[in-house]
Design a binder for this molecule. Structure first.
Ligand SMILES: NC(=O)CC[C@H](N)C(=O)O
Length: 368
């Protein structure tokens, strides 16, 4: 038996799988969040936006189609724990190259299976995203919370810096150059840019605006990434410097950083949006689409007054901001994931819009 224990003593039990070695030397509290997608466990486990979190999957059977390396959203994971109802060995796929269990074991993700994930999700919906600890005995968990002074958060580096690439790199393409600032970028964002012919340079977080501009990109993509956007002052300052220079596309954390750079604010949602069926409406056309989402923070709508940004998309479940456009500069941003992975891809047209903005501008510059 192993346990997930919250500060109020609420305990969920299950059986351990994956990488538990670290539990011998350290117990760390991590945010517990849930995702309601019915498939796509591999994309979720390797999505670096989950860095520093324990992920609960509400779909009761997980692992059934195995592991296919090609589908990883990053070449690493920073997920700390994975909680599910029933773990399958992956026998549903003849072509699997491995299993979810093996991946978690090799990458130190603490798994807990056989858990009453319905009760756990109801608990999180009621009390919100809360920190929890994964432990081998109830005593260790109770002891942790008795002594916890929440030191970990103060001492450790933001998860963005533990997720981003170490050095910049280039992906060839025949089209204009796009600079991607990697806060934990998902591969499917890169694939979507590649599909549209762009040449791509990926820069680590903390790269200075001047350094990025030196490479003369024609547009900038601010990626998704983990953690609280307000705790990234360096990145907010960089975005502010890039702001009026080039076309920009912000996705999820990138969208939040754009709002903060323009003087807006973000706030923490009670339990976040994580799943594959979040309805979003385009205010101008009245058209609603289904989106893939994974975020715990959102942009405060009224904080955008006077920022130059206009809200263009809203969440139909709770009315939160899902997209903005700048009224003077060619900047687009979305809170959801137009690249899906996992989830619907019916919103990938935003990459086409970004491409036409970039091409248009390059053509005008060429003429001028
Ligand atoms: N997927 C993302 O980029 C997430 C953004 C941010 N870390 C949030 O939770 O809101």
């Amino acid at each position: 038996m192993a346990y997930l224990i919250f500060e109020d003593g609420t305990t969920f039990e299950g059986e351990e799988f994956g990488g538990w070695e670290k539990s011998f030397t350290q117990v760390e509290e991590q945010e517990v969040v849930f995702n309601t997608s019915m498939s796509g466990y591999q994309e979720m486990v390797t999505d670096l936006s989950y860095a520093g979190q324990i992920l609960v999957l509400t779909q009761p059977l997980i692992g059934n189609y195995g592991w296919h390396h090609e589908e990883n959203e990053a070449d690493k994971t920073r997920l700390q724990g994975l909680i599910l109802r029933e773990l399958s060995g992956g026998e549903g796929s003849q072509h699997g190259e491995g299993s979810l269990e093996d991946y978690c074991y090799q990458h130190g993700v603490q798994g807990l299976k056989g858990v009453d994930t319905r009760a756990l999700t109801r608990y999180l919906r009621q009390f919100g995203t809360l920190p929890g600890v994964l432990v081998r005995t109830k005593e260790i968990g109770q002891e942790y919370w008795r002594n916890s002074k929440k030191k970990i958060k103060e001492n450790s580096e933001h998860w963005v810096y533990r997720s981003t690439v170490k050095e910049s790199f280039e992906i060839p393409g025949s089209g204009p150059l796009i600079a991607v600032i990697d806060f934990g970028v998902k591969r499917n964002i890169i694939r979507n840019l590649q599909k549209r012919g762009f040449r791509i340079m990926v820069f680590p977080a903390r790269t200075k605006a001047e350094e990025i501009l030196k490479n003369r990109p024609s547009g900038i993509v601010l990626s998704n990434g983990p953690g609280d956007p307000e705790e990234l002052p360096e990145e907010i300052a960089t975005v502010r410097k890039l702001y009026d220079k080039l076309p920009i596309l912000g996705i999820c954390l990138g969208h939040q950083l754009l709002a903060l750079a323009a003087g807006g604010r973000t706030y923490k949602l009670l339990y976040g949006h994580r799943g594959g069926n979040h309805p979003v409406i385009d205010i101008r056309s009245g058209k609603a689409t289904m989106t893939s989402q994974n975020h715990g923070y959102a942009v405060q709508e009224d904080s955008l007054k006077g920022s130059g940004f206009e809200v263009t998309l809203l969440n139909l479940n709770d009315g939160t901001v899902e997209g903005m456009e700048h009224t003077s500069y060619p900047i687009l941003s979305v809170q959801f994931h137009p690249e899906g992975a996992p989830g619907p891809e019916e919103n990938d047209g935003i990459f086409d819009r970004f491409k036409s903005i970039v091409l248009d501008r390059s053509a005008r510059k060429g003429r001028g």
